[in-house]
Design a protein around this ligand. Sequence first.
Ligand code: TUI
Length: 311
Amino acid sequence: MWLDETLHLKYPLIQGGMARVATGAFAAAVSNAGALGLIGSGGMTCDMLREAIHEAKSKTDRIFGVNLMLMNPEADAQAQLVIDEGIKVVTTGAGNPGKYMKAWKEAGIIVMPVVPSAALAKRMERAGADAVIAEGTESGGHVGELTTMALVPQVKAVVSIPVIAAGGIASGKQALAALALGADGFQVGTMLLASYEAPIHENYKQAILKAKDTGTVVTGRIGGTPVRIIKNKMAKNYIKKEKEGASLMELEKFTLGGLRRAVVDGDVDTGSLMAGQVAGMVNKEDSLEHIIANLFDELKAEQKRVSEIKL
Ligand code: TUI
């Protein structure tokens, strides 16, 4: 497929840019397992991102990338940092990276913005993106409105660059469905949280392993920052306050530092446990290498099963 052929990967798979989870060591481990590892800049200062890049370089000889979270107050400096550090692949999230595209392309960087709509996908193609990542609302963290099922074919219809499918993928069946929708590669996040290598608190990991299909909810839809997290006390209070018309300032009291409380402190009551809807099917801890290899074994078996269906 386009993704593995262009980046010389064993698998056509990108790791989601999970803020506070996707450290330099984690990105390197994903790349070492044969996919494209990404350092997630969400929650990082420019200095932290530089250190994470150096750590990844020290831990893998394979290609890895950086996911720039565009709501980060240091996004402008980080956009320059990836050029200075010779990063080869950049994905972006939570905004429009248009103003950085020219400099990135001049530096020879492969750029893949995450898009929640066909309109933004078209704009990104015109701005010079090499591919777009069409991410459905099944995903964890900051999400758009459309499902992967509705989004991927509609993006595919309006661009001629490759389209990577994201959101709702954690099995061979779902990867095959993404291929049927027109995807040229996959991005996954939640299923990688169940790896031994994921640097998250044990309580967060257990919450993912125990979650059911209806175990996640989107907070912040009204305020304009929709974030999918595992249902907990914080999520329930947030949504109650949001419905009562609480101000953004008041709501921020719940979320500020929430991701750090989840990932570092393992506070499953007041932490922001970002996870996608597939958390319900992630039931077993395993190595990154097994999780990723197993996904593609399943995909091949499912492709065979579906090809034998008589229509
Ligand atoms: O970015 C993500 N997922 C994230 S970022 C993150 S860190 C965070 N923490 C607290 C609050 C908010 C974020 C956690 N998860 N996914 C990619 C993504 N990008 N999803 C949706 C979008 C998006 C939304 C609007 C991309 C572009 C966009 O454009 C708006 C515009 O300006 O046109």
